[in-house]
Design a protein around this ligand. Structure first.
Ligand code: THU
Length: 137
């Protein structure tokens, strides 16, 4: 099957760029925004939220997913997530977020990652992000 070009996800990427504006990241100064596409076509924003106790930090990806679940969206109904981080050429989700994405995104979803260089934008499947995963489903 031919993969949809990343440019088809531009509206969701635009939402991720907007979400990055809400970041609370005074320690890393590394803003990240995420935008989650629900089954109804709604977009749920997330950003990274840090804490002086560094390990309590929540990544943008998990912020978006936990927000959507909290709003009543069904788990595993999300068809795409866009992630944006302006301080790297291309962002790639951390290992913890990959495990959470695996459990809460739709199995055939797409994860669209963009940094400061749009030409490097990548569209990932969950299998590509976390092959051979420990999976609940
Ligand atoms: N971060 C995210 O929000 N998402 C990622 O994909 C990578 C890292 C955040 C965590 C922390 O607030 C900052 O970026 C630096 O690691």
């Amino acid at each position: 099957m031919t993969e949809t070009p990343w440019t088809a996800h531009e509206p969701l990427l635009a939402a991720a760029r907007e979400a990055a504006g809400a970041t609370y990241s005074p320690y890393s100064e590394f803003p990240v925004g995420a935008a989650l596409l629900t089954a109804d076509g709604e977009v749920v924003h997330g950003c990274n939220v840090e804490n002086i106790s560094y390990g309590l930090t929540n990544c943008a990806e998990r912020s978006a997913l936990f927000s959507a679940i909290s709003q009543g969206c069904p788990p595993r109904s999300f068809t795409a997530m866009a992630i944006y981080a302006p301080k790297v050429e291309l962002i790639s989700p951390c290992g913890a977020c990959r495990q959470v994405l695996l459990e809460l995104m739709a199995p055939d979803c797409r994860i669209v990652c963009q940094g400061s260089d749009p030409a490097q934008t990548r569209v990932w499947t969950l299998e590509q992000l976390l092959p051979g995963a420990f999976n609940a489903f």
